[in-house]
Each structure stands twice: as C-alpha cells, then as structure tokens.
Design a protein around this ligand. Structure first.
Ligand code: C2E
Ligand code: MG
Ligand code: MG
Ligand code: MG
Length: 297
C-alpha cells in the first residue's frame, strides 16, 4: 500500500541518514588520527606567466593518504574538517609546513606562496596569530604570502563576524600579506563586497575557463572572463585564470590580456621534490639563465 511504501521509504531514509552520520563520525576520527600520525602532505601547483611559462608563485594543496594507501581528495574531507572544527589545527599545520618549505623557494627564486584558508579559519580569533607564528618560525616575509579564500566562504560570513573577519583581513594586509578570492564568479555574491574588502587578487573559477565539451571557453564564458578582467583592472587587482587545460584556452586568455594562469596544461600539483626539480631545471640553463620574477603582479 501507499502507506507502507511511505513508511519503507522513511525507514530507508533513516538508515541512510544514520549510516551517513556514522560515516561522518568515522571520517572525523580518521582525520584526527591523520593529523597526529602524519598522514597529511602538501603538494604545490605553480602559477605561471602563460607567455613565458615562468613560475610566479606556488599554491599549497593539502593531500591525505590513508594508511591503506588510498588517498582522499580535499573536496571530500575539508567539509568534515570544517564541521568538526578540525580545520583549525589542520589549517595551522598546512601553514607551518608550507611556509617552511616555501621560504627557500622565496629566497632563491623570489616565489610567493599561496595557502587556501576556509571561512572557519577566518572566524577563529587566533587566526592572525597563527599566520604570524608561521611566518616568524619559517622566516617567510609576509609579502611573499597569499591567502586564498573562496568567494563562497567570504559571502557566508555575515553580521558581527563579518566585521571581525574584515578587520582581521585588514590587519593581515597591513603587514603585506596578500588576499586572493578563490573560485571567483561562483559565489553568487553582490559585487559590492569588493569595494569594502581588502583584496589583491581574483582567481577566475575554472568553470569559466573550461568549455562545455569544447577546447576553449564558449562565448558566454568569454563575456564573464572579460567582465572579471575589466573589474580587476578597475579595482587594480591581479587576476589568475584557474584550470587552464588546453593551448586554446591559454591562447584565448592571453588574447584577453590575462597572463597569470594555473592548470594541468602547465603543471599539475606536485610534491616538494618535484617543485625543486622544476625550479632547478628552469633556472640552470647553459648560461645560468635569469632568475624568476620577484613579484606576482
Ligand atoms: P582550489 O583552491 O580552487 O584549488 C584548485 C583545485 O583544482 C585543486 O584541486 C587542483 O588540483 C585542481 N586543478 C588545478 N588545475 C586544474 C586543471 O587544469 N583542471 C582540473 N580539472 N583541475 C585542476 P584539489 O587539490 O583537489 O583541491 C580542491 C579544493 O580543496 C581546493 O580548491 C581548495 O578549495 C580545497 N583545499 C585544498 N587544500 C586546502 C587546504 O590546505 N586548506 C583548505 N581550507 N582548503 C584546501
Ligand atoms: Mg585555491
Ligand atoms: Mg580555485
Ligand atoms: Mg576550488
């Protein structure tokens, strides 16, 4: 009967809900263990000048490999880390670890480091201290650090928290740390927040760069990319195109005067060792070619 059907469906839903709660609880336990048992690694994806291929900065991307060898993508575990509050110690670990590794790259090649931070970290009253501690422990100058915050996370902070987050970002920026808005264009935000927030860089979300099936962005994506570039220029921000996968996309972006790019066409996220090989290979030409650029813009 319809009634029994409904009951069954509710029962099935209940079982699903309970098992997903169990899954989440297990995931959180595993994350806690991952932190103490050193199961996390940081990989780095270069941002390049697409005209020359020159590396300009490196984005730290967290990697988790379970003891059984399987790896869990950040999009799967970051939300659980956020909900459980574990993102605070995990985020602090990423900052300490990545600044430590990037200091040498900064000293030798003038490269900057980008670190992703979630909204939960921004709302933590200790956030600025965590950053300053990582900088002073590593010796990385604040001007070489970029914090990437997704547009969605920025839009989600409202009310009195928004005022705190705003003044925290302002304080970090007063020290020379740069702020990037990640996945820009996907946050459904009123653009007016850009007038008030201390921001330096917009990262164009890869959904605008990627076409639906084809190799280059479609005409509508064009319009969006142009609009973002125009906005960036007006506000004197730098722009980075994310997720560049084909030469066609790179050519089109260059044609639109967007020269900073990141994507599989240039480099995938790589280990610290791979970064070192890459930097050594690109700077030790026969004549010992020119050093990398010293700033992002
Ligand atoms: P994101 O910061 O926007 O990072 C870019 C993501 O796109 C990375 O995925 C990168 O591997 C991927 N990607 C780069 N180029 C291409 C491309 O050409 N094609 C395609 N299809 N993908 C490309 P990943 O490493 O899986 O990270 C996913 C997201 O997880 C990140 O997005 C970021 O929001 C978050 N995340 C990663 N590490 C951290 C972290 O340490 N802390 C926090 N709070 N979030 C992190
Ligand atoms: Mg990012
Ligand atoms: Mg992004
Ligand atoms: Mg993203």
């Amino acid at each position: 009967t319809a009634k029994a059907d409904g009951r069954n469906r509710i029962a099935a839903f209940d079982v699903e809900l309970r098992s997903s709660r169990l899954d989440t609880a297990r995931l959180v336990d595993d994350l806690r263990r991952a932190l103490t048992d050193a199961e996390f690694r940081v990989h780095y994806q270069p941002v390049v000048d697409s005209r020359t291929g020159e590396v300009r900065s490196l984005e730290a991307l967290l990697r988790w490999t379970r003891p059984d060898g399987t790896s869990v993508p950040p999009d799967e575990f970051i939300p659980a880390a956020e909900d459980s509050g574990l993102i605070i110690p995990i985020g602090a670990w990423v900052l300490r670890h990545a600044t430590e590794q990037a200091t040498e790259w900064h000293q030798r090649f003038g490269l900057s480091l980008s670190v992703n931070v979630s909204g939960h970290q921004l709302s933590d009253p200790q956030f600025a201290e965590t950053i300053f501690e990582a900088l002073s422990a590593s010796g990385l100058p604040p001007t070489a650090l970029i914090l990437e915050i997704t547009e969605t996370a920025l839009v989600a902070v409202t009310g009195s928290t928004a005022t705190d987050v705003h003044s925290c970002l302002q304080r970090l920026r007063d020290h020379g740390i740069r702020i990037a808005i990640d996945d820009f264009g996907t946050g459904y935000a009123s653009l007016s927040y850009l007038r008030h927030l201390p921001v330096d860089i917009l990262k164009i979300d890869r959904s605008f760069v990627r076409s639906d099936g084809g190799n280059a962005p479609g005409p509508q994506d064009h319009a969006f990319i142009r609009a973002i570039l125009h906005l960036s220029e007006t506000l004197r921000l730098s722009t980075i195109a994310e997720g560049v996968e084909t030469p066609q996309q790179a050519a089109l972006l260059q044609h639109m005067n967007c020269h900073l790019a990141q994507g599989f066409l240039f480099h995938r996220p790589m280990t610290q060792e791979a970064v070192e090989h890459l930097l050594a290979a690109t700077t030790s030409g026969p004549e010992g070619s020119a050093p990398h650029g010293t700033h992002l813009t």
